[in-house]
Design a protein around this ligand. Structure first.
Ligand code: PMP
Length: 355
């Protein structure tokens, strides 16, 4: 059959999300969701918001903006709520990069950046991470115009950089927009939100998907200078003014009001991550120093694809990214302590039967 798709989209490579299986119940350690449910306060707010689902949501998201601004010590004009932080990324690629204004990002990072470059016809300049997956930030200094994108902590490696390093990039590439993707920042890295008033070229993207147990609600936000926020907002209004739905708005406000519950969960996840890392090392794994809600590891004796398949057979899902530099590695989301005990027991068994 003939395709009706216009030619510029014929070769776009879509993002491949982690599996959401329906055949049976798995221990899901493949998509970096929180293992903990939303708080009761959030559940009540969701229920209440559902009573008005016949009405469109506030496209300006004023209440959520005010709540977030209050919690960050910024103005509502510094915040743009979005449909997941993926929407911040889409709007930023659309706004600040094209074929002559490149997007600069690491060769091993969140796969969605390449997808967006493909979709928007953006020239992508990939800067190779070092052999140990650390980033040489000097590569991002002294660049001309374009969009620098750094996930901090990076995905899937979990390795974080400091605020001073981000400041150096903002300062030394002043004609680039610097987009810092803080999807995982709450699990142990330093946020650079404090720099947005000083650097008009900085945009920080944040999500409710991981630290706030709301991956299913699709809620994220951009934090930046008011001028950048207006630019992104204009584009949001051209694509989908109502991209953040009524229920997500209500959940987002209630979650900030219940922040201690979420902070505790993040602390617990970080503690479980570090314990899991120790146990994996005892099993012979090599790991990066992850500050995120996942670990990134490889075993010298068994290929990652084999480990992933064998874990699946015993009901545990982890993420294996094919690709030259990631093929040997597994990204394993941090679940509850019980989930991780089961993971370690399953891996120990696989490794002993393999020898
Ligand atoms: N940035 C990174 C680095 C991610 O791993 C993800 C999750 N896949 C996102 C952004 C997007 O998250 P969400 O759209 O759920 O906010």
């Amino acid at each position: 059959m003939n395709s009706f798709l216009i030619s510029k989209y014929k070769d776009v490579e879509p993002y491949v999300p982690g599996e959401q299986p329906r055949d049976k119940k798995y221990i899901k350690l493949n998509t970096n969701e929180s293992p903990y449910p939303p708080s009761d306060r959030v559940l009540r707010a969701v229920e209440e918001s559902a009573k008005n689902l016949q009405l469109y949501p506030d496209p300006a998201c004023r209440d959520l903006r005010a709540t977030l601004a209050g919690s960050l010590g910024l103005k509502p004009g510094n915040i743009l709520p979005t449909n997941g932080s993926d929407e911040v990324l889409s709007l930023s690629f659309m706004a600040y990069a094209h074929d002559e204004k490149p997007a600069y990002y690491a060769d091993v990072t969140y796969g969605f950046y390449d997808v967006l470059s493909g979709l928007f016809g953006v020239k992508a300049e990939h800067f190779a991470l070092e052999n140990d997956f650390t980033i040489d930030i000097n590569r991002y200094c002294g660049l001309g115009s374009g969009l620098i994108v750094i996930a901090n902590p990076n995905a899937p490696t979990g390795i974080a950089i400091g605020v001073c390093e981000i400041e150096k990039i903002c300062k030394e590439s002043p004609d680039c927009v610097v987009l810092i993707d803080e999807a995982y920042v709450e699990f142990g890295a330093e946020s650079c939100v404090g720099l947005v008033q000083k650097y008009p070229n900085l945009i920080v993207s944040r999500t409710y998907s991981k630290s706030m147990s709301l991956a299913g609600a699709r809620l994220g936000y951009a934090i930046a200078n008011e001028e950048r926020i207006r630019e992104l907002e204009t584009l949001k209004y051209t694509l989908n003014p109502y991209s953040v739905n009524r229920t997500a708005l209500a959940a987002g406000i209630a979650a900030v009001e219940d922040i201690e519950y979420y902070r505790n969960n993040c602390r617990l996840v970080a503690k479980t991550r570090d314990k899991t890392a120790e146990k994996l090392k005892e099993l012979g794994f090599e790991l990066t120093d992850s500050k995120a809600n996942f670990v990134f590891c490889r075993h010298p004796g068994v290929p990652a694809s084999e480990l992933s398949d064998k874990l699946r057979k015993v009901g545990i899902l982890v993420r294996h990214f094919t690709g030259e530099r990631t093929n040997d590695w597994l990204r394993i989301s941090v679940g509850t302590p019980e989930d991780m005990n089961q993971l370690i027991a399953a891996l120990a068994k696989i490794l002993t039967t393999n020898h």
